[in-house]
Design a protein. Structure first.
Length: 187
């Protein structure tokens, strides 16, 4: 009899431990961090197709996106996109002769140097202004960001889908955890 009670208690203790572990894992995944896989080549050479990353979901609940953060957001096509924040609320943007200008000032983008060196014809990023793209008043509206992929010739980004409401941003990402040979923090 005593053995049966002991077995029942042990089974109950294991069940409680597993339930608590699953609850903690669910809270972490839903509120704090979640994995995501890079799908496509729009962020090359920074991110490769198939890279697996960790998305920090709490960073923007207590703060705002910074320029050049790599963010994951809900895109209009019911898909999640990974892009780089280029323009913040109130910014005017212009690309001219492959140079980014924010609020009239030239801005370096060192993460594009590898691709720019490979180009033999034309530019990596075609010329545009926010006015050309139909953004009202030619500046990023409050509560929104302008995002672009690093592989500018092959990226569906704010030039095509418009500015992104910050409420649609899931979080930022900078840690590649798979494949193991490519584990690193990206900038």
């Amino acid at each position: 009899m005593e053995k049966q009670v002991k077995e029942k208690n042990e089974l109950w203790e294991w069940t409680k431990a597993l339930l608590i572990a699953f609850a903690i894992a669910a809270v972490i995944r839903y509120f704090l961090f979640t994995p995501i896989a890079v799908d496509g080549e729009s962020m090359m050479p920074t991110l490769e197709d198939g890279d697996r990353m960790i998305v920090n979901k709490i960073g923007y609940k207590i703060g705002e996106p910074d320029r050049f953060d790599i963010v994951v957001f809900h895109a209009p096509e019911q898909k999640n996109y990974i892009k780089r924040v280029i323009g913040l609320p109130g910014d005017t943007l212009e690309y001219k002769d492959d140079q980014l200008y924010i609020n009239g000032e030239p801005i370096d983008e060192p993460y594009l140097d590898a691709y720019k060196a490979q180009i033999t014809e034309g530019t990596l990023t075609e010329d545009f202004t926010l006015n050309d793209l139909g953004v009202e008043h030619g500046e990023v509206p409050e509560g929104h960001v302008f995002v672009m992929g690093d592989n500018r010739r092959y990226s569906k980004d704010s030039r095509h889908i418009g500015v992104i409401d910050q409420k649609e941003i899931i979080g930022n990402t900078s840690l590649i955890f798979w494949p193991f040979s490519d584990i690193k923090i990206v900038k």
